[in-house]
Design a binder for this molecule. Structure first.
Ligand code: BES
Ligand code: MN
Length: 479
C-alpha cells in the first residue's frame, strides 16, 4: 500500500488504518479524533430525532412526518449538504422525503447515502422499560423507537459528513426516506422522476447492521417479502358450540390447521415452489444458538424450528409469520362456533426468488390444503424483492477495509433475514452503481420490537468506518 500526504499534514500517530485503501494512519487518526469530538452532538441529535415519534404507519403525509423530514434536512444543511424536503408525489398521503447534495468536483466519484427517517409504531408502550420516545442511555446503548432502525443510519451519514468536513472528496447525494416502513410506495417513482439527481457510482444503504456491536459486517443478502390475507369460512353464520360442536369445527381451529399444514415435522416450511439457497458468498461464520436464544428472549424449553445452519434458516431460506389474526377476543367470548376467521401471512423469500412466484406458490398451497373443505380465499398483497451483493464490486473491498480500520477487527459478512425491497429497484435504475448495505443494527437492537436500542460504541465505529470509506472512495484506488 502506498503512503499519502494527509490533508491536515499531521504525523501518523498510531492509527489503525493500515488496511484502508488509499487512507493512511494520519488521516485515520485525525478522522477518529473528529468523530469522537462530534459524537456527543450526534447522540444529542439522535435523541431529538427519537422524540419526534415519526411513525409513518400513523400517516405517511402527516404533520409529524413533515416535522421529522424538516429536522433531518436542517441537520444535513449543518453538515454542508444542500438539503430540502420533498413530497414523493402529489396528494396529502405523499411521503415527506429528504433530498440533498454536496457536489465537490464534477470529476470525482458520486456516492448516494440512504437512510429512512420514519419509524415503526409502538403498539404497546407498557412492554418497554423506558418511554419509547424519550431517548434513554443505559449500559452503552441508547434506547428509543427508531434509535437503530433507522435513526442510527441517519446518524452515521451525519457523523461521517461532519468528520470529513471540508476534506470531503466525493460528491455526495443524500436521500432520507419517509416511508420505508410502509413498503416505500412512492420512493422508486420519485427516484425515477429525478433520475439525474440520484445517479451515483456507489450507493450506501445504512439500514441494516453488524454481526455484533464489536464486529462489523457488510450485508451480503436480504430476503424478499410477500404478504397475503387469508380468509377461512366454514358457515354463513356463527352457531351454538354445544349444538353443532363435534362435526363442525370453528373457523379459528380450521385456520390454525391450515397454518400448521405449511410446516413439516421439524418445523421447516414445506411449501413446494418456495425456493431456498445457500448463504450468498459462502458462510464465513454461523450464528451461535445460545446468543440467538438470548437475543430473541426465547423461553428455555423452546426448540428451534427447521434444520441446517442457523444462517441459512435466517438469511436464505423462506419463512412465514402470521402477523395478524382476526378472531374473537378471549375477554367477552361465549360458546359459539366462529363462522369465519382471517389472518395475514408475511412470507420472507430466498434472496434470489421472485416474490410474486413465491406468492403464487403459497396462495395455491393454502387453497389446495383447505382443511375439511372449508372455504379458503387468499388475497394477494405486496411483494418486495430480495437482494444479493456483488462480491466483486470494488467498493466492497474499500468498505471492508474501512470497517476493519474503524473497529480494529476483521468484518464478518452476514446475510440478513429482513427486507429492503427498494434496493433491487435502485440497482435496476442504476445498473452500474455498486450498492453497499451497512447500518447500525446488531442482534440486540430489537428493531420493530419493544426496547429498541443502538450500541453507542458500534455507532461511533460505524461513523468512522463510513468516513474512512468516503475518504478512500475520494482518493481513488492506488493499487
Ligand atoms: N431495517 C429494516 C430491514 C432489516 C431488518 C435489516 C433487520 C436488517 C435487520 C427495514 O427497515 C425493514 O424493516 N424493512 C421491512 C420491509 C417491509 C416493509 C417490506 C421488513 O423487513 O419488514
Ligand atoms: Mn430500517
Amino acid at each position: 500500500m502506498t503512503a499519502h500526504d494527509t490533508a491536515s499534514g499531521e504525523t501518523a500517530s498510531g492509527g489503525t488504518a493500515s488496511g484502508v485503501q488509499g487512507a493512511d494512519a494520519g488521516t485515520a487518526s485525525e478522522l477518529r479524533r473528529r468523530v469522537d469530538d462530534d459524537f456527543p452532538r450526534v447522540v444529542d441529535v439522535l435523541s431529538r430525532k427519537i422524540a419526534l415519534a415519526s411513525v409513518s404507519a400513523h400517516g405517511i403525509g402527516s404533520e409529524t412526518m413533515r416535522r421529522s423530514a424538516e429536522f433531518v434536512a436542517g441537520l444535513l444543511r449543518e453538515a454542508g449538504v444542500d438539503a430540502r424536503t420533498a413530497r414523493a408525489s402529489d396528494g396529502p398521503d405523499a411521503a415527506w422525503e429528504v433530498v440533498g447534495s454536496c457536489i465537490v468536483d464534477p470529476q470525482a466519484p458520486t456516492v448516494l447515502l440512504y437512510a429512512h427517517h420514519d419509524v415503526q409504531p409502538v403498539p404497546d408502550p407498557s412492554r418497554w422499560d423506558t418511554d419509547p420516545f424519550v431517548a434513554t442511555e443505559r449500559n452503552g446503548r441508547l434506547y428509543g423507537r427508531g434509535s437503530a432502525d433507522d435513526g442510527g443510519g441517519i446518524a452515521i451519514h451525519l457523523g461521517a459528513l461532519h468528520a470529513l468536513g471540508d476534506g470531503l472528496r466525493v460528491n455526495v447525494r443524500v436521500f432520507i426516506e419517509g416511508e420505508e416502513e410502509m413498503g416505500s410506495p412512492g420512493f422508486i417513482p420519485f427516484i425515477e422522476a429525478h433520475r439525474d439527481e440520484f445517479q451515483a457510482d456507489v450507493i450506501i444503504v445504512a439500514d441494516s447492521g453488524n454481526w455484533s456491536a464489536d464486529i462489523p459486517s457488510l450485508t451480503t443478502s436480504l430476503r424478499g417479502n410477500t404478504t397475503v390475507d387469508v380468509a377461512v369460512r366454514v358457515a354463513d353464520h356463527p352457531v351454538h358450540s354445544g349444538q353443532f360442536g363435534g362435526p363442525v369445527l370453528d373457523a379459528v381451529t380450521l385456520a390454525s390447521m391450515l397454518i400448521s399444514s405449511l410446516y413439516d415435522d421439524q418445523g421447516g416450511l414445506a411449501v413446494p415452489g418456495l425456493d431456498s439457497q445457500a448463504p450468498v458468498g459462502g458462510l464465513q461464520r454461523d450464528l451461535d444458538e445460545a446468543s440467538l436464544r438470548a437475543d430473541a428472549g426465547l423461553v428455555p424449553s423452546y426448540r428451534l424450528a427447521g434444520t441446517g445452519s442457523l444462517a441459512e434458516r435466517l438469511w436464505t431460506r423462506p419463512s412465514a409469520t402470521v402477523i395478524g389474526f382476526d378472531a374473537h377476543p378471549v375477554d367477552g367470548s361465549f360458546n359459539v362456533i366462529a363462522d369465519s376467521a382471517r389472518f395475514r401471512l408475511s412470507v420472507r423469500t430466498a434472496p434470489g426468488q421472485d416474490p410474486s412466484e413465491a406468492q403464487k406458490a403459497i396462495a395455491g398451497f393454502l387453497v389446495a390444503h383447505a382443511p375439511f373443505g372449508a372455504e379458503v380465499t387468499v388475497e394477494p398483497l405486496e411483494n418486495g424483492r430480495g437482494w444479493a451483493m456483488d462480491p466483486d464490486a470494488l467498493a466492497v473491498r474499500d468498505a471492508l477495509a474501512a470497517m476493519e480500520a474503524a473497529f480494529g477487527v476483521s468484518p464478518v459478512n452476514k446475510g440478513e433475514g429482513g427486507s429492503i425491497p427498494f434496493i433491487p429497484e435502485l440497482q435496476r435504475i442504476f445498473p452500474a452503481a455498486q450498492v453497499l448495505v451497512t447500518g447500525p443494527e446488531d442482534p440486540k437492537a430489537n428493531a420493530h420490537s419493544p426496547n429498541e436500542s443502538i450500541s453507542l460504541s458500534g455507532l461511533r465505529n460505524d461513523i468512522l468506518a463510513e468516513a474512512l470509506l468516503l475518504d478512500a472512495l475520494g482518493r481513488g484506488r492506488r493499487d
